[in-house]
Design a binder for this molecule. Structure first.
Ligand SMILES: C[S@@+](CC[C@H](N)C(=O)[O-])C[C@H]1O[C@@H](n2cnc3c(N)ncnc32)[C@H](O)[C@@H]1O
Length: 351
């Protein structure tokens, strides 16, 4: 039975499900979840991410990680962790760029958190020389000082949508209308998660909250605050909490109706970096940023790197524009660092 039919059967039997439950099924259902068995990246797939646009992205993140390691006092060993590494391209470029940093490679133990079988194969091809260990979740990465990197990972974590009624909040759920999956409304107990600035929103306003993202950031921040380290999270989203629904799906590089043929499209949302920052601070970590990806990459030196590469690669100027221009990924994507409170400001986040 298809995932769509299984979801319909479940809803018919037990009632509407949350958008979060729908996203978990659409993205990670063991049989048909979008990320389980396919490689969706690249021109022939559904979307292109920054590391696939240019080697410069991973190289600069490698430099960022090496500086972080030095700021941490060069722990040996340390965990170099990537959440949702895709094809392994970012980490491959990062490791190539840091090969000459004395002691960095010898000290690193590479840990990859990944849910997709096909993508694990791709990561194994790209990163075999660094003997990675794979985990299904961050909680399984062994203790110790860590540098954690995640690009376009937070957007895949499930959200819930609350809609302001007259005086209370209702939840937008996934039910069945006619014979099709469709949005319906139901009561919610999550009103207390609405950010304070949005609590008095006008009737009809949608606010997204992500208990899953809060839980992930809480775990990450607690770990860094107690065991040492830095995390760098980059994603599309807003620097603070804003009203509005951002649930979206992409298939073959085009928008796709999020409830249509679950498991065949990437269903995500824009990341509320205000929510991420609040969760990290509450867990005892220090937060730097968020700042736009364009500014972050400029501060790490993307322009001189592009100049050097352009002598042998004519596509570099276009890639540079895609990564940093304000009407491309430059401000739509935000970078945030989460750190042990005693560590110096991570590279790129100086004010
Ligand atoms: C949008 S892709 C980004 C890939 C890569 N970071 C890049 O920038 O090219 C999302 C990645 O997160 C992984 N992923 C999605 N949901 C996950 C989950 N719940 N647990 C672990 N990995 C997950 C996907 O399989 C994929 O590797």
């Amino acid at each position: 039975m298809s995932l769509e039919d299984r979801l319909k059967r479940r809803i018919s039997a037990f009632g509407p499900i949350t958008i979060a439950d729908y996203m978990v099924a659409a993205l990670t259902d063991p049989e048909e979840g979008y990320y389980r068995r396919r490689d969706p990246l690249g021109a022939a797939g559904d979307f292109v991410t920054a590391p696939e646009v240019s080697q410069m992205f991973g190289e600069l993140i490698g430099a960022w990680a090496a500086i972080s390691w030095q700021q941490m006092g060069r722990p040996d060993p340390f965990r170099l962790v990537e959440l949702g590494p895709g094809r392994g391209t970012l980490m491959d470029d990062a490791l190539r760029a840091t090969a000459a940093v004395p002691g960095f490679h010898a000290a690193k133990q590479l840990h990859l958190v990944e849910v997709g079988e096909r993508l694990i194969e791709r990561q194994r091809e790209a990163l075999a020389a660094s003997t990675p260990t794979w985990h299904a979740e961050l909680a399984a990465v062994p203790d110790g000082p860590a540098i954690v990197i995640a690009n376009e990972f937070l957007d895949t974590l499930p959200i819930r949508q609350l809609v302001r009624g007259g005086s209370t909040w209702e939840e937008r759920l996934v039910g069945i209308v006619g014979d099709e999956l469709a949005f319906v409304f139901g009561p919610t107990a999550l009103g207390s998660l609405v950010p304070p600035d949005l609590a008095d929103a006008l009737p009809g306003t949608t606010v997204e909250v992500s208990p899953a993202r809060i839980a992930l950031v809480d775990l990450l921040a607690r770990r860094l605050a107690s065991q040492g380290g830095h995390a760098l999270l980059i994603d599309y989203g807003t620097p603070d909490s804003r009203a509005g629904g951002t649930l979206q799906a992409i298939r073959s590089h085009k928008p796709w109706p999020p409830l249509k043929e679950p498991g065949t499209a990437d269903v995500t949302s824009h990341v509320d970096f205000g929510e991420v920052a609040r969760a990290a601070r509450l867990a005892g970590a220090k937060v730097h940023g968020p700042i736009g990806q364009g500014l972050f990459l400029e501060r790490l030196g993307i322009r001189p790197r592009a100049e050097r590469l352009s002598a042998r690669d004519a596509g570099v100027a276009e890639a540079l524009g895609r990564l940093i221009d304000l009407d491309e990924m430059g401000t739509l994507f935000q970078a945030i660092a989460i750190a042990h409170p005693d560590l110096p400001i991570p590279a790129g986040f100086e004010t």
